[in-house]
Write a protein that binds this ligand. Sequence first.
Ligand code: HEC
Ligand code: HEC
Length: 373
Amino acid sequence: MCKSVCKTLLVAILAIFVYSQPVLALAQELQSGDKIQARLATDYIHSVILAGREFYSSQIVGRLKKEIGLETSENWEKENALPLPAQFLKLSAKHSNDLGIGLKIRLVGLTPINTKNLPRTDLETLGLRSLSKDSNKPFTWIVKRGGRWSFQAVYPDMATSQSCVNCHNAHPKSPKSDFKLGDILGGILINVPLGNVPLAEKGVSSDDEAFQIPPAIVSDYVHAVLESDRFVYSKYVVKRMQEHNIVESSENWEDEKKLPLPAQYLLNTSLLARKNKIGLNFRLISLWPINFNNSAANEFERNGLVSVTVDPLRPYMGKLKRGRKSYFQAIYPDFAVSESCVDCHNAHPTSPKRDFQLYDMMGGMVVSFPLNK
Ligand code: HEC
Ligand code: HEC
């Protein structure tokens, strides 16, 4: 009984606390000199991919197997099972790669189960061979293709649990059957375009400092990965599982042994990504939030939500100063892309708005990270 009442009280106290704080964030114009190192950009992208995969592996695959015996299978489409984490990653990567914004993500391996995951260039092979078991540092290089430079980074993908080892070693198509816990099974390859780089033709460079990307573009990449994960989770997990009457999604997913809602999937991914302490933050907010914690936290966010309502074609972007640190922040519109968004929000007891319609702007996705130190 106390549970919900206390929770409401706690939220109210928290809200009063948040709103009684002076607005510390000061909005500023972005300058053309504000850039992000390409290596930091791929770190952000990688941390979103890893956080999504960690949450999917432990809280969807692992937890639901234990609680309701839900299976995860390579033949998930035929077997009414969940896709493997590697397959989830590939589905999401395909979605973001197909957006045509230049960001390309691939899961690769030198001894892969699926030969499509083999490296495609000598540099990719060199990159995978150079990864060290002792660090999570990527191998990076630049390439020129069709007159354009790209920055590429391959991050090690380690067998962090015995299940990785067991499945890969036992798989009939795996060319290697003696992987051990902690071994590198492959890598996550991330490609970002650099635009015009006035450089002599050279293949590899470890001089990452030289390669920089405008923050608005970095934020577009992060947003693309988040939206792709949410798309794959909604379509191939939530919708499929509900249609086949296997398991539903619910706000109280933990107590009810169900799937988290897509908004909760994103929120939990955000909490995991934050543990990396690389400064990247993202969350969903709204002018009409179901959860009061998802209100705009400051004037910039409020202005951003209003702006993307009026002009939903462009994200709202700017620079914020907190103390001596500058942050880049962007707010992307979040639309009611299906009737289920509308139905659930309009009917939810704590929703302050009950007349959402299909394709309405329901809120925004906030992406933020620090600018040059
Ligand atoms: C239940 C089986 C299973 C488990 C568990 C599993 N994988 Fe895989 N993994 C696969 C399959 C199947 C593929 C090939 C997917 C495809 O591309 O079609 C794959 C692909 C990969 C690849 C790309 C290279 C390749 O082998 O094709 C990497 C890297 C990888 N997995 C790493 C991991 C890591 C790290 C873990 C543990 C955190 C893990 N896998 C857990 C089955 C598994
Ligand atoms: C089954 C119910 C349900 C469905 C379907 C649903 N949502 Fe939500 N949504 C919620 C709940 C509950 C929260 C609050 C989660 C939390 O505690 O942070 C939320 C949070 C949000 C937020 C953050 C602001 C807020 O209201 O707290 C946005 C934006 C949002 N949803 C948009 C969408 C969109 C867009 C869709 C469809 C693609 C959608 N939702 C589908 C229940 C739902």
